[in-house]
Ligand binder design. Structure first.
Ligand code: ADP
Ligand code: MG
Length: 609
């Protein structure tokens, strides 16, 4: 009878479950590593055969399993980690559904040797196709070793979906790296065919673990992050804007200890870096978010990497503001009292970014569109009426090798005016000497940043419109129809900067004033550059972003060009202006504006070290 309802045999349900839990060798590595950590291990080693496609062995020095309990560990929904439904909300262990071991055992051959500290002998079991084949006493150290082999031998379809051994091995290493960054205190080792792929000692701090795992060159570029908001907290490290990668692979985010891949969190990180790194470049970040259990939707599926927050706005703002502070926009960490004066400008800028991004962000699967409400959203109440020079948080210099920059203490802020000017190179780079070494400033990038910040400050000023510098003769510029449409839409933005533009019949406009912060320029040229820079997709960008692009284009046009030698007083003025800014060490396009060759580096070059 085709329609008869039957209860599926265990062998089949186990395999169905395995389909969810064990997708590829890396899933096995993840489950076994997590079990080892749940068992309190401090040392774990992983051995891979054929990239993990053939066999995987994980050895830990954790608590081990009591002999009588071993068969239970391979039974579905058998776990030592929760007892009641409520436990799900407090869960801090990685595993809790009791599915990993039976799932793995249903698609491979598993051999386990385990011993608890209080038992004189260990236990050895062999499980094949989900069935216990052998169970004996065995002499072994305290802890557990699991050997999983003949992986997917009984599920040939799965094997077909695997990629090359090198790729699968890469996935396995990704899994180990994610755990390594979450747990600096655990000693980890990965080997393949007797070769060591990864050997990480236990270290006390996250910065050291990041350096050992992601590369020494990153260590010198790390900025500590700390922040708190509404019971949630954020801690970790991010890279300086000068350190970027072509993809987001070095962004590691953890929520209550679990690695997650989450659109909202990633978006918040990128928002914090906007205008400090180039488009399509990504920073490195290792961030741990701690959220009260009741504010987080329980991650009931152990392999799912997404999370749901009760208040995504608050989490988003926490990240953007804490990172903004670390990167150096000069805003105090969330929760700290704000010093009076200009730093509120930075705060307002970041708030408006949060607001803008949230307006576009939808919770995946949810219908609700989010708004950054509350009285803090308006810039009117966040901006002081006369925003003098901002007084930013101190930030370490951008040196490529100052050792203390990865420690807890923040070195004093770099002051350009304190450096002595030596001269220029190629009419483009200004050379300075300071106590830490030799500093090189890209004059165009630096000037561009200064103009950009000034234009932005003018544009964000509320109330009265800022007057521009009136042209002796208003300049009429005729445009192509689609350019006319773009400029017409940009009129309010241009007006905010002090640039008065009006339609002048047909597809032409008349320019009456230019921003005061820009040197005298030809209006025609300025508009053409604006169109060139903001053409294409930028025309459809949301207001806030479009405004930043327009300001960047204006600043770029107004900034002193390369191959133009500056006089001494001009250099001094540039330094003073740089010191007046919130310390951002890149131009608005995201390129570095200053580079330091430290004394240590110089000594290395001259073989004194
Ligand atoms: P879960 O981790 O969800 O509880 P698993 O199937 O992964 O489910 O493991 C079942 C049980 O076996 C665990 O709850 C734990 O008690 C025990 N266990 C598994 N691996 C280890 C290990 N490496 N060391 C000690 N105990 C383990
Ligand atoms: Mg588990």
């Amino acid at each position: 009878m085709a329609n008869e309802i039957v209860v599926l045999p265990d062998a089949l349900t186990d395999r169905i479950a395995a389909g969810e839990v064990v997708e590829r060798p890396a899933s096995i590595v993840k489950e076994l590593l997590e079990n080892a950590l749940d068992a309190g291990a401090t040392e774990v080693s992983v051995a891979l055969e054929n990239g993990g496609c053939q066999a995987i062995r994980v050895t830990d020095n954790g608590a081990g399993i009591d002999g009588e309990q071993v068969p239970l560990a391979f039974t579905r929904f058998a776990t030592s980690k929760i007892r009641a439904f409520e436990d799900l909300y407090r869960i801090r262990s990685f595993g809790f559904r009791g599915e990993a071991l039976p799932s793995i055992a249903s698609i491979a051959r598993v051999e386990m040797v385990t011993r608890r500290a209080d038992s004189p002998a260990g236990t050895r079991v062999i499980i094949e196709a989900g069935e216990l084949k052998e169970m004996t006493d065995a002499g072994c150290p305290v802890g557990t070793t699991i050997l999983v082999d003949r992986i997917f031998a009984s599920v040939p379809v799965r094997r077909k979906f695997l990629k090359t051994q090198a790729t699968e091995q890469g996935y396995c290493l990704d899994v180990v790296t994610r755990l390594a960054l979450a747990q600096p205190g655990i000693r980890l080792r990965v080997t393949a065919a007797e070769r060591t792929l990864l050997a990480l000692p236990a270290v006390p701090g996250l910065a050291e673990r990041i350096a050992l795992t992601l590369g020494r060159d990153l260590q010198e570029q790390l900025l500590p992050v700390m922040g708190e908001k509404g019971g949630s907290s954020l801690a970790g490290f991010v890279s300086r804007p000068v350190y970027t990668r072509s993809n987001a692979a070095q962004i590691y985010l953890y929520v209550n200890g679990r690695f997650v891949k989450d659109y909202l969190l990633n978006h918040a990180v990128m928002t914090a870096y906007r205008r400090t790194i180039e488009p399509r470049r990504y920073p490195a970040a290792v961030l741990r978010l701690e959220v009260p259990a009741e504010d987080l939707d329980v991650n009931v599926h152990p392999t799912k990497l997404e999370v749901r927050f009760r208040d995504p706005r608050e989490i988003y703002a926490l990240i953007v503001e804490s990172l903004g502070c670390a990167i150096g926009a000069g805003i105090p960490p969330t929760g700290q009292s704000e010093p009076a004066g200009g730093s509120a400008t930075g705060q307002a800028v970041y708030r408006s970014r949060v607001e803008e991004a949230l307006r576009r962000y939808r919770i995946s699967g949810g219908q609700e569109k989010l708004f950054f409400g509350g009285k803090s959203s308006g810039k009117a109440d966040a901006l002081p009426s006369s925003s003098g020079s901002p007084s930013p948080e101190p930030l370490p210099p951008p040196s490529q090798s100052l050792p203390e920059t990865s420690g807890e203490a923040t070195p004093p802020r770099l002051r350009f005016a304190d450096l002595s000017y030596l001269g220029e190179v190629a009419g483009t780079y200004l050379l300075f000497t300071g106590s830490d070494g030799l500093w090189l400033v890209d004059q165009h990038a630096a000037h561009e940043r200064i103009l950009f910040e000034r234009l932005k400050r003018t544009a964000e000023q509320d109330g009265e419109r800022v007057p521009g510098q009136r042209l002796l003769l208003p300049e009429v510029v005729s445009l192509a129809p689609r350019d006319f449409a773009f400029i017409s839409e940009a009129i309010p933005i241009l007006a905010e900067t002090g640039m008065e533009v009006e339609p002048f019949g047909g597809d032409s406009v008349v320019v009456k004033t230019l921003p005061v912060s820009l040197p005298p320029l030809e209006a025609q040229q300025l508009l053409q550059d604006l169109l060139a820079d903001c053409g294409g997709v930028e025309r459809r960008l949301p207001f806030q972003e479009r405004r930043e692009r327009i300001l960047t284009a204006l600043a770029c046009r107004g900034a002193v060009k390369a191959k133009h030698v500056l006089s001494g007083p001009e250099v001094a003025a540039l330094c003073r202006d740089l010191d007046d800014l919130p310390q951002v060490l890149t131009c608005p396009h995201g390129r570095p504006l200053v580079v330091c060759l430290t004394v240590v580096e110089l000594e290395k070059w001259f073989k004194r070290r």
